[in-house]
Design a protein around this ligand. Structure first.
Ligand SMILES: CC(=O)SCCNC(=O)CCNC(=O)[C@H](O)C(C)(C)COP(=O)(O)OP(=O)(O)OC[C@H]1O[C@@H](n2cnc3c(N)ncnc32)[C@H](O)[C@@H]1OP(=O)(O)O
Length: 198
């Protein structure tokens, strides 16, 4: 089992895998100055590794970069689920996705591939979360919400039931979303509205 990315996000994923009892052989990072993370070796990735890798998670928080790396690598992706996350037996989680400690995912919710469901987030019943989404710490998604590919929901945001959030949108930290969000929008505040700069 290997991770791609040797940042702070990788530290959290490493500890999930340690808790799961999954043996991690090492990490990859594009920065040639990085040779280890804790006791784990960090290598540069080349296609020679493809046949040696039986499980991989991409430990990169940026949704665009995570998609780029996922599309480049020809390896099997696995999921990482913290033992102290609460997952309904009727929820589905795609490969490449990580679910951090304290998360709750309720019935009939579907989470796509290469998502991050971060510490203490709550994703309630009947939600549909597409690939490469990051749901940050302490986010509350009520029931029946859809979140499009690549969207980042900032820490502590709250989204009202049944809301549709578009693709590659950004919801600022602490935002309260009460209306549907178009693709690529940046929404902040309470009630949430399009971000403007002075
Ligand atoms: C484990 C982990 O760490 S997971 C990582 C979780 N990360 C997050 O939750 C970060 C979420 N990111 C944010 O909230 C950011 O502020 C963003 C993406 C919404 C905006 O970032 P930037 O583009 O750098 O915007 P910037 O900081 O220049 O702010 C622009 C304006 O919007 C306002 N603004 C920015 N973010 C917010 C917010 N979350 N809520 C309300 N207003 C905001 C600013 O006050 C500023 O207003 P002003 O021009 O009147 O002073």
């Amino acid at each position: 089992m290997y991770l791609y990315g040797a940042s702070g996000h990788a530290k959290v994923i490493l500890e999930i895998l340690e808790e799961q009892g999954t043996k991690v052989a090492g990490l990859f990072d594009d920065n040639p100055a990085v040779h280890s993370l804790w006791e784990y070796p960090v290598n540069r990735y080349t296609s020679d590794w493809n046949s040696k890798i039986t499980g991989m998670l991409i430990a990169l928080g940026n949704n665009h970069i995570r998609r780029k790396i996922a599309e480049q690598l020809d390896v099997p992706f696995v999921k990482g689920i913290h033992p102290k996350a609460i997952l309904s037996g009727r929820a589905k989680v795609g490969n490449g996705t990580v679910v951090m400690g304290g998360v709750t995912i309720n019935a009939d919710t579907v989470i796509g591939r290469h998502c991050i469901i971060n510490t203490n987030a709550s994703v309630d019943h009947d939600c549909m979360i597409e690939d490469y989404v990051h749901i940050s710490p302490n986010v509350a998604l009520c029931g029946g919400i859809s979140v499009g590919e690549g969207t980042h929901i900032g820490a502590g945001a709250v989204i009202k039931p049944g809301i549709l959030v578009g693709k590659w949108a950004t919801i600022g930290a602490g935002t309260v979303v009460i209306r549907n969000v178009p693709d690529h929008a940046v929404i902040v505040g309470n009630p949430g509205s399009t971000m403007t700069r002075k």
